[in-house]
Each structure stands twice: as structure tokens, then as C-alpha cells.
Design a protein around this ligand. Structure first.
Ligand SMILES: *Cc1c(COP(=O)(O)O)cnc(C)c1O
Length: 349
């Protein structure tokens, strides 16, 4: 079977020929010994981009978040995060396993919460209670449909956390999508946070890699925990070169992914029995993630729909019994979107 559109995730992209050339041309060293010049260049470039003093290149977004959490906390501390956040849903219980932390989950539309929610969740200082130590915000919010936080709300959340003596971490796996969607520079979006993590291997199209940024002292701790977690890499300049190439060439084009996701969402919601998930129906598709819901009477559930689409060369991800996710990225062009729309129409039509 020929796959014409793989919309399961923006992680499925393969490095372009030009990116592979940049990787092959990279100057290399041993990064654990601190002398891979390409990794050094990437870390400096990323730190500048997000307006922080220092950065550390890591193998995955999960390690970026978990090393950051470990660096900000000690066992017995409590993290405040949305119940739909990546660190709660998709990181294997990392905060408990690796940092000995509890997570106090908040609820709210599109994976978001506000400063009042934080204020209510912060613990009083008392030997009985865990120590409220860290607030984690996810932007864009994956399970919230690629939702972008209003910057005013981010600032209020972080100001409240800071006033209560807490640190703030931004899970910005798709922060470039938020930046392109809003026109706000990365350093503005990351400004209110003590630390930020971003993925090069999502919409930016690099094969591997994420980075964490923050103060010099914080990044020194992240580097130590990266090693402890097994994420110290040697000639990783090969990967850093791909990330540098992606930052240089693949950011502005995210606007195309957003336009394609909007078109896909609009067309799919016109198919009988299909609707955008309620939050996206109200606000429109904000970035590159589309969630569709299937009506109960349709006779086809999400896994069955995805199986039948796959036979037609279109891959989407069932994320619930009646919910399907489609994500646009640089390996899906307009023809791929047309093929996806046609495939859904032919299965459900
Ligand atoms: C993808 C993602 C991550 C990191 O995932 P990895 O697969 O470990 O790279 C972290 N946060 C969010 C919001 C993500 O979407």
C-alpha cells in the first residue's frame, strides 16, 4: 500500500535531502566531553532564540521536560499542571518515577487554566503538605487541539506562581507553531518562564532532538540529570546540525501546515456524522492539529475509521473511541490533504 498522507503526527517527517547534507557536513566532537562544536552552536542559537542564558540539547521532548522537572524540584515536591498535559498523559509517569514528585492536576478548556486555578492549587506552607514547587504550561496544547495560550493569561499564571515562590516551566514542544500562529517571537512567549523546552523533531522536521533553556545554573543541573537519565550523547553534532537547519529553514513554513489543517478541519466537519471537537468547533483550528469526533449513530468508531483510511493510504490516529487526530507537517502537501478528505468521504459517504 502506498501512503499518500501520514497525518498521525508531525513526528513522522523524514529529513529532507538538504537537511541530510547539512548533517553530513557537520563538524563533530564528543559532546559529553563538551567539545562538539555543532551542539555548542545549536545550544547557543536556541538559548538566544528563546531569550535565556543557556541551553542543553537532549534526545527527546520527554527527556527535556523530565530533566527540567528534576532540576527544578526535589522528592516530595508538587507540580501543578493541566490533567491533559503531555507530562501527565504521555511521559510514563516520569515526574513520579524520576523526580519523586506529585502532580496536582488542573482542569479547563483546551488544556488551559488560569491564575485563579493556580492560586487555589498552591499548598500552604506546613510540614504536612507537599511543597508546591513548579507550574508547567504547555503551548501549544496537544490534547487541547494545538491550542495557543493567550499571552496575558500566561503572564498572569506565571506572576501568581512566582508570587507564591514557585518556578515555571514551559513545555513548548510546539512553541514554534504558537509563534507562527500569533506572530509573537519565541523569546516573548518564553519570557515569563524560568525554563522552556522545544522539540526539533515535530513540525520543524528534524529526525531527533529537543532542547531545554534557562539560567546558567539551571542548565548545569539539567546537564547533570541528562547524563544521569542516559541522555548524554557523543558525536551528536550530527543531530544538532539537523536541528540548526530546521530552525533556519523550517519555521516560516509552519504557516502552510496551519492553513492545511484549517482546510482539513473545515472539509471534514462537512462530512455527515463528523464534527470538529467542541473546542475547535468554537474557535477554529488554531495550529496544525485537528481533532474530529464521530457521531455515535455512524456505525464506525475511531479505530475502524482509521483502519479503513489506512487501506486508502491515509493514516490518522484514533485517540478515543470516537475521536481521531490528524496533524499536518512538512511531508504532507495540498495533494495529501485532498487525498485525506477524499478518503474520509469515501469511507463515511
Ligand atoms: C511530543 C511532545 C513532547 C515530547 O515528546 P517526545 O516524543 O519525547 O519527543 C512533549 N510535550 C508535548 C506537548 C509534545 O507534544
Amino acid at each position: 500500500m502506498v501512503i499518500t498522507a501520514d497525518l498521525r503526527s508531525d513526528t513522522v517527517t523524514r529529513p529532507t535531502p538538504a537537511m541530510r547534507e547539512a548533517m553530513m557536513a557537520a563538524e563533530l566532537g564528543d559532546d559529553v566531553l563538551g567539545d562538539d562544536p555543532t551542539v555548542r552552536a545549536l545550544e547557543a542559537r536556541f538559548a538566544r532564540e528563546v531569550g535565556k542564558a543557556a541551553a542543553c540539547f537532549v534526545p527527546s521532548g520527554t527527556m527535556a521536560n523530565q530533566a527540567a522537572i528534576r532540576a527544578h524540584t526535589e522528592p516530595g515536591d508538587e507540580i501543578i499542571a493541566h490533567e491533559d498535559s503531555h507530562i501527565v498523559q504521555y511521559e510514563g509517569g516520569g515526574p513520579a518515577a524520576l523526580s519523586g514528585c506529585l502532580v496536582r492536576v488542573l482542569r479547563g478548556e483546551r488544556g488551559q487554566f488560569d491564575e485563579g486555578d493556580v492560586e487555589r492549587a498552591v499548598r500552604a506552607v506546613n510540614d504536612h503538605f507537599p511543597v508546591s514547587k513548579l507550574v508547567v504550561v504547555e503551548n501549544t496544547q496537544n490534547r487541547g487541539g494545538g491550542a495557543v495560550w493567550a499571552q496575558g493569561r500566561v503572564e498572569a499564571v506565571c506572576a501568581t506562581a512566582k508570587a507564591r515562590g514557585m518556578k515555571c516551566h514551559l513545555d513548548g514542544a510546539r512553541l514554534w507553531n504558537a509563534s507562527v500562529a500569533t506572530g509573537a517571537p519565541m523569546r516573548t512567549l518564553a519570557g515569563p518562564f524560568d525554563s522552556v523546552s522545544c522539540c526539533f523533531s515535530k513540525g520543524l522536521g528534524a529526525p531527533v532532538g529537543s532542547a531545554v533553556a534557562g539560567s546558567e545554573a539551571f542548565i548545569a543541573r539539567v546537564r547533570r540529570f541528562r547524563k544521569q537519565f542516559g541522555g548524554g550523547m557523543r558525536q551528536s553534532g550530527l543531530l544538532a546540525a539537523a536541528a540548526l537547519f530546521a530552525m533556519e529553514h523550517h519555521v516560516a513554513r509552519l504557516a502552510d501546515d496551519h492553513a492545511r489543517a484549517a482546510r482539513l478541519g473545515a472539509e471534514l466537519s462537512r462530512v455527515g456524522g463528523v464534527s470538529l471537537d467542541p473546542a475547535q468547533a468554537a474557535r477554529g483550528v488554531e495550529t496544525n492539529i485537528v481533532y474530529i469526533d464521530l457521531a455515535p449513530g455512524l456505525g464506525v468508531d475511531a479505530p475502524a475509521l482509521c483502519e479503513r483510511l489506512a487501506v486508502r493510504g491515509v493514516l490518522m490516529l484514533p485517540t478515543g473511541a470516537r475521536r481521531v487526530r490528524a496533524v499536518t507537517h512538512l511531508d504532507v502537501d495540498d495533494r495529501g490533504i485532498d487525498a485525506a478528505i477524499d478518503a474520509v468521504r469515501s469511507v463515511l459517504g
